[in-house]
Design a protein around this ligand. Structure first.
Ligand code: ADP
Length: 412
């Protein structure tokens, strides 16, 4: 560069021929280019070093996360996992980067994980999925696998980050709770067997009688088709009734997701009372229904709400069954509360709930019954709360207890 300046300053004509000047110019410009290149090279080296250090820092901090973590390129390829993941799966970094990470999943879960991951990369959205990851010793545990894109200021994805959280223990607890909840429900249904048999038997007996009547009208010397038709119509009606009873029982036993709809509260209560009528009568209990027509419709899952009422009525029957010294009375009421909510109450003249146990009885597994599971009230409370309502107990006057719960009314 200096040479060029010197030459440009007019000294050239005295010292060098034109040709020499041209050569010198060329040499000088090449020297300048290589100097520039050297600077660029140094800069590139520094950038590379900075990137290497950042990657190393990222790797170290990744390894320090007390969970499995990973990141990938914007296109979702070449994932880098942290130490926890490699220790857990026993898969090497090279193999993982080359696509071997898919093998870390349980063979049955690989398809859904790959589908989900492809979907996230294609849509550029964060997401999660539950999947089993196989440990190096062959044991599988359930993980919550999460992935999220990191974007730059222009909105372009620069990297994907992900974590795997071990939720295996949690899943086992959930499964156990589900099994117990179902067992609790089935126990309640088991207790109902007598009244169910009664409810189904009645229409069946009527069907047999009417069928015999129908045959008689038809087999006479002069068949009375009109009478026969009426008998046949009664058969159809009773057949439907028996079918309805079976349908409602099957609905109670089935595990169904919350299906919110407008539920006519009084009709829902009536359905349960039909099922429990036999049981109530068998215990010599008088049932009082105070279902106010202004109770209206609630927002809820009809089957689950029936389950709540069923549990409360069966508990009331149990409590009354243990007493001998008082009138045996069960009351089921519905009304619209002053706050616009729907209030449903099941009151009994049973042995009541000891003041010190008022809260405990809603705990899972709390029971004072020899064969009890203690799940009924806790299931009831979780159902009512899932509906945005409240379930509580208070003493009845003069004896027994009142279980009340609220529901949100359908906006009119
Ligand atoms: P389980 O009926 O299997 O015991 P629940 O959760 O339904 O389970 O009830 C828990 C406990 O609450 C019962 O064991 C009983 O002590 C008490 N309880 C429930 N309902 C009543 C009631 N109507 N009157 C008195 N005690 C009741």
């Amino acid at each position: 560069m200096v040479g060029i300046l010197y030459l440009e300053n007019g000294l050239s004509s005295h010292l060098f021929t034109e040709e020499q000047v041209a050569v010198l110019r060329l040499l000088a410009s090449q020297a300048a280019i290589s100097l520039e290149n050297a600077a660029l090279y140094r800069e590139a080296q520094e950038t590379q070093e900075r990137a290497r250090r950042a990657a190393e820092e990222l790797r170290v901090s990744y390894d320090m996360i007390p969970a499995q973590a990973w990141n990938t390129q914007p296109d979702g390829l070449y994932p880098a996992f942290n130490k926890q993941w490699h220790d857990y799966t026993g898969i090497s970094p090279e193999s993982a980067r080359a696509g071997g990470w898919v093998d870390s999943y349980h063979p049955e879960d690989r398809g859904k994980v790959v589908r989900k991951w492809t979907e996230l990369v294609q849509t550029g959205t964060a997401g999660e999925i539950e999947a089993r990851i196989v440990r190096h010793d062959g044991v599988s545990r359930v993980f919550l696998v999460r992935g999220a894109p990191m974007r730059d200021e222009t909105g372009a994805i620069v990297k994907w980050f992900g974590t795997h959280t071990d939720i295996d223990d949690l899943k086992r607890v959930e499964e156990a709770q589900e099994v117990l909840a179902r067992a609790g429900r089935l126990t309640a249904l088991g207790e109902l067997t007598a009244s169910i048999a009664h409810e189904v038997n009645q229409p069946l007996m009527a069907i047999v009688t009417n069928a015999a009547t129908c045959l008689r009208w038809l087999s006479d010397d002069q068949p009375n088709v009109d009478e026969a038709r009426q008998a046949a119509e009664r058969i159809i009606r009773d057949g439907h009734r028996a079918g309805d009873v079976i349908t409602s029982i099957r609905a109670l036993a089935r595990k169904s997701p919350l299906a919110m709809a407008d539920v006519d509260v009084n009709a829902m209560i009536e359905d349960v009372l039909v099922l429990t009528r036999g049981e109530v009568q068998r215990h010599g209990i008088t049932l009082h229904e105070t279902l106010r027509s202004d109770a209206g419709a609630a927002v809820g899952d009809r089957i689950q709400l029936q389950q709540v009422v069923l549990n409360l009525v069966l508990n009331a029957v149990d409590a009354i069954g243990l007493t001998e010294d008082r009138p045996r009375r069960l009351e089921v009421s519905s009304e619209r509360s002053s706050q616009g909510k729907i209030l449903i109450a099941v009151s009994d003249s049973g042995h009541g709930v000891d003041a010190s146990r008022m809260d405990k009885i809603f705990d899972a597994f709390f029971t004072t019954k020899p064969g009890g599971l203690g799940m009924g009230l806790s299931i009831c409370r979780s159902i009512v709360e899932a509906h945005g309502g409240r379930l509580w107990v208070s003493p009845n006057d003069p004896d027994g207890s009142v279980f009340s719960f609220t529901l949100n009314a359908v906006a009119t």
